[in-house]
Ligand binder design. Structure first.
Ligand code: ADP
Length: 179
């Protein structure tokens, strides 16, 4: 977890490759649906381009589907999800159905000034000044409370500084995970 632009995708990809496990990124899956022009992509587009969260039902559908087809025996990485307490609650049910539980949450910590700098130079389609501002607001209001929620639900939240050399950040993540 972490604010937009914290490096979740970058670090998530490295970690999944290192561990040889699948990574399920709701952002990537949504962007693919947008490119493919599927009904879900069409519905998600207006939320993504406005910096809003895609509705929980859609997101839980994506993750439910991914977990249903997952054959990693529970060794997977979730990236960009859950982003609301309702999603975290939904995930709890999906995992319990399969006799699984999360090992840990990795929280990438990056301050607002650095986030602003990164997003304004990244140039992805949904990275306009207005959407960036809105995504940060939504992060504070809806996503940050998820960290506290996990703290109250017996799941370790490992906060790792997300600024500096990419490989060094990855090394810190592995160290905090005890890997
Ligand atoms: P970033 O890490 O920069 O926030 P993502 O690729 O994770 O970007 O997500 C891009 C957009 O996709 C988000 O701004 C949001 O509109 C949508 N999205 C991704 N994951 C979720 C989620 N778990 N819940 C709701 N919306 C999501």
């Amino acid at each position: 977890m972490g604010p937009p632009g914290a490096g979740k995708g970058t670090q998530g990809e490295l970690l999944a490759r290192k561990l040889g496990i699948p990574r399920y990124s709701t952002g990537d899956i949504l962007r693919q649906a947008l490119r493919d022009g599927t009904p879900m992509g069409v519905e998600a587009k207006r939320f993504m381009h406005a910096g809003e969260l895609v509705p929980d039902g859609v997101i839980l559908g994506i993750i439910g589907e991914a977990l249903q087809h997952d054959d990693s025996g529970g060794g997977f990485l979730l990236d960009g999800f859950p982003r609301t307490v309702a999603q975290a609650e939904g995930l709890q049910v999906l995992l319990a159905d399969q006799g699984l539980a999360l090992d840990a949450i990795v929280n990438l910590v990056v301050d607002d000034a650095e986030i602003g700098k990164r997003l304004s130079t990244r140039g992805r389609k949904d990275d306009t000044v207005d959407t960036i501002r809105r995504r940060l607001e939504v992060y504070r209001a809806d996503t940050r409370p998820v960290l506290e929620w996990y703290g109250n639900h017996d799941t370790r939240v490992l906060s790792v500084k997300g600024v500096g050399d990419i490989e060094e950040i990855q090394a810190h993540i592995l160290e905090r995970l005890g890997l």
